[in-house]
Ligand binder design. Structure first.
Ligand SMILES: *[C@@H]1O[C@H](CO)[C@@H](O)[C@H](O)[C@H]1NC(C)=O
Ligand SMILES: *[C@@H]1O[C@H](CO)[C@@H](O)[C@H](O)[C@H]1NC(C)=O
Ligand SMILES: *[C@@H]1O[C@H](CO)[C@@H](O)[C@H](O)[C@H]1NC(C)=O
Ligand SMILES: *[C@@H]1O[C@H](CO)[C@@H](O)[C@H](O)[C@H]1NC(C)=O
Length: 280
């Protein structure tokens, strides 16, 4: 409450904004695509739907990065155990029932993720079974290239089509333009919620991410560059912010190899995973 109040006061001082334009802390909302279109068949085979294990409800997006690992946003899994989730792969249609579910046995949330600070909003999910790849189910390569003004990224997700709207069955796609850090921060009233770990993107007012696209992939030249974090709900003409894969490259690589060595050390024993990640 206090945060929202301070936030709204500082924004009101910066300029007269509508209440609906306030930043939404990611824990109160996800992000979903507004103004996109159905993804053509075969597009984004790395896209997953993160769902409640019991409810089967779509909650967030994510990306397959290898046969055991999914990347998503930390706010999608924060405070929950691995068995709260299931991961749907290999489909663009949430209602299609021939697709495959996998189950996380470990969640690695970025150790410096702070729900109210909008930073380090990235997490790894390890699956208890290896993903069977086929033409509709593929990992995506991680990008290390810096983006430049004028780059367009492919955003995919099953987010609501409008604020408060329905979750579409068909995967949506939208091209969004990269917005450099300084420009993005300024568009958000110089808010420190935009930091160098973010990739910002923009389309027209009326197009962008919305509730349920959180954690979902942004791809450039076929490589994963970012995961949807937060924005002004929804598609109100401000850049959306996503976690930069290049910036979090070390986090990803370190935990993948740490996991491997811990699994090897545990041998035949069922390893007991730490639930939180460690920064040092
Ligand atoms: C995958 O391959 C099968 C048969 O090889 C084909 O029927 C199907 O349309 C393909 N799916 C995609 C998403 O390309
Ligand atoms: C998939 O859906 C069809 C039609 O709704 C149904 O007949 C079939 O039993 C379902 N299969 C599974 C595995 O749920
Ligand atoms: C993975 O986890 C799910 C859900 O707990 C379980 O049903 C399944 O048997 C597990 N698979 C393996 C290979 O352990
Ligand atoms: C943000 O900072 C820039 C550079 O310091 C300044 O020119 C601009 O007026 C500021 N914008 C807002 C909305 O405070």
């Amino acid at each position: 409450m206090l945060l929202l109040l301070l936030l709204s006061m500082s924004l009101l001082v910066a300029r007269a904004v509508q209440q609906e334009e306030l930043l939404y802390p990611p824990q109160y909302t996800g992000q979903r695509i507004v103004g996109g279109e159905d993804a053509p068949e075969g597009m984004a085979p790395y896209q997953i739907s993160l769902q409640g294990a019991n409810s089967g409800q779509h909650s967030c997006g994510g990306a397959i990065i290898d046969e055991h690992w999914i990347l998503t946003a930390a706010h999608c899994i924060h405070g929950k155990a691995p068995n709260a989730f299931r991961v749907l792969t290999g489909t663009q249609d949430l209602q299609q029932n021939v697709s495959k579910y996998y189950y996380p046995d470990r969640i690695i949330e970025h150790c410096a993720y702070e729900p109210r600070k909008y930073r380090n909003d990235i997490a790894l999910l390890h699956l208890n079974e290896s993903i069977a790849f086929d033409n509709a189910t593929q990992p995506v390569e991680l990008s290390h290239e810096p983006l430049v003004p004028g780059d367009w990224l492919l955003l995919t997700g099953w987010g609501t089509l409008s604020l408060g709207g329905e979750v579409p069955a068909k995967l949506q796609r939208l091209e969004v333009e990269y917005v450099p850090f300084e420009q993005c921060r300024e568009a958000h009233g110089n808010s420190s919620h935009v930091d160098i770990g973010h990739v910002c993107t923009y389309n027209d007012k009326g197009r962008g991410a919305c509730h349920g696209d959180s954690g979902g992939p942004l791809v450039h030249n076929g490589k994963l560059v970012a995961l949807v974090n937060w924005g002004m709900p929804c598609a109100k003409g401000k850049p959306d912010a996503s976690a930069s894969i290049a910036y979090y490259h070390d986090f990803i690589r370190t935990h993948l190899s740490l996991h491997e060595s811990e699994a090897a050390a545990a041998g035949e024993e069922q390893p007991v995973w730490r639930s939180k990640s460690h920064c040092n």
